[in-house]
Design a binder for this molecule. Sequence first.
Ligand SMILES: *Cc1c(COP(=O)(O)O)cnc(C)c1O
Length: 237
Amino acid sequence: MTAARIAANLASVRDRMADAARRSGRRADDVTLVAVTKYAQIDQVLALLDAGCRDLGESRPQELWHKADELDKLRADSDVRWHLVGPLQRNKARRTLPYVSLIHSVESWRLLEAIDRLASERGRPTAVLLEANVSGEAAKHGFAPEELPPLVDRLPALAHVHVRGLMTIAGLSGVADEARREFARLRKLRDEMRARTSGASPERVAFEELSMGMSGDFEIAIEEGATLVRVGSALFE
Ligand SMILES: *Cc1c(COP(=O)(O)O)cnc(C)c1O
């Protein structure tokens, strides 16, 4: 795949994002594209950077460390923001924190505590989203919706974790209406958690972000309020 092809794919995804943002009464730059690079070679990632993409995502921590280190060697001056979008095992958290600007996929209180402790050691807060399983599929990661309120009530105890919102992956059905219902459900949950934490320090807990939508459903997700979409294959095919 040539650099020109990747730039064209990126332009096409951005156009589709802008149209969907307009349909939801928002501006194109209200929605951030996180380019998921798990299918890409490093030269393809460079092509994305050259085409103006700054937010990159990986679903596996080791792959994120590896690509970030490679990019650092090739483009020390690039101002990339790395997003971890897949599961983080607690024993990989220490190594991962210095790389990431946002962890989308926090799915346990124990992981939150581990991140809090490590962020405290580093002297820098870590920004996270809480992953919610709104499809109810057993194979999906994330908190069940009813687990969130009691968990969110405990967040003020974590001084070094900045909770920025919610993330989900739509169910496997591939049915557009189904995905739309799930995205709407995540938005409603986000709004409920925002109301619930309205007295909290906005520095530390602010339910603003909604990470939802992938190559097959990012336009629907944006129409339903996504602020971050995670797109991989549409950029690299
Ligand atoms: C791979 C992946 C994506 C991107 O998927 P595409 O369908 O290729 O766009 C988004 N989110 C997560 C969590 C992923 O693992």
